[in-house]
Design a protein around this ligand. Sequence first.
Ligand code: EZ4
Ligand code: CO
Length: 418
Amino acid sequence: MTTEAAIHTSVGTHRDREIVAAEVIVTCPARNFVTLKIVTRSGVTGIGDATLNGRELAVASYLKDHVVPNLIGRDAGRIEDTWQFFYRGAYWRRGPVTMTAIAAVDVALWDILGKMTKQPLYQLLGGRSREGALVYGHANGKDIDECSAEVGKYVALGYKAIRAQSGVPGIKKAYGISNLKNAYEPAESELPLETVWSTSKYLEFVPKLFERLRNDHGDEIELLHDVHHRLTPIEAARLGKSLEPFHLFWMEDSTPAENQRSFELIRKHTVTPLAVGEVFNSIWDCKHLIENQLIDYIRTTIVHGGGITHVRRLADFAALHGVRTGFHGATDLSPACMGAALHFDAWVPNFGIQEYMRHAPETDEVFPHDYSFKDGRLFCGESPGHGVTIDEKLAAKYPYSPKQLPVARLEDGTMWDW
Ligand code: EZ4
Ligand code: CO
């Protein structure tokens, strides 16, 4: 027989690789996560993160209602074809819900391929370019004193790069500030929390924060800052310029990026490196930014950018233009995303940095994983696939809890970007 079903390869026969089950698991161990689990006829299981913060059930429904019925009977080894099927086959292109769902399928299939070939994911991508991925942690405080003390704690933990966010005098609830007992979790209420924003107060304050951090912690530590889409392009240019003496590793999301040309204006005025893209879901969201070298780091993640298959394409495109990766890694991206990201980070030649907000202990227990932190870096493990599994029994003990992200208004009540 020369039919495909009879051809025996190192990844089994077509029959072995046939997808026989796919399940969407929604769980809330400290926060909500959506996970897709795919099982082959030979009993190999792979998982992919499908979490879209504040819109979790939209992705769960997209997967259950529209993707899972198409997965049954497919060859789990046809990763590229499956990606193209769900991307082109949806007719409706791109968008965070679709691309997150496609990513979940894609990552689960790469995980299965790793297990079938007994190779860690980084090996399938082309092998290691480095041992560990430089990560940045999150220091924040209600004021400069508290923020600086937190930076000190991260230095003591061995971090080489730290994102700093501080409460701003006159702004009641600035972005990125936790109560310090818990990690910062913006989706904290069932309906969006209303926050108030003042650009002028913020712009006056931020250079003072970084002046103090350089005074307290020296020049060697890498410092980062997230503007979280609050400024207009010219305001972003001013902030970048005023932060130049403190040589930040990057200024993140300084203005919304739907209009990619906005960054031309920022770039014209400042040499502060620019990072953007945690809300992007395809190469098309950053094509102009990358081609014109308007940014330095692209933050699109595996989970929201269509999985390994699409983000690899994006990273290769970025490499041609001197743009490096700096994946989003907040706690609303599950350990399954972090595992996949760390394998990608171990391989990708144009790696820059990886965001790392530590997950809550409950989250870590539901998603057993083999990555580990040492000396400011995260190291992916050597187990086949991406090295992250899900304890379904434990997951079932944490039912979904509706939560949405906050919104922001200017002081006169006008809706603004959160
Ligand atoms: O607000 O992940 O860089 N990190 C961030 C995060 C995002 C949340 C949104 O779900 O901007 O804190
Ligand atoms: Co951000």
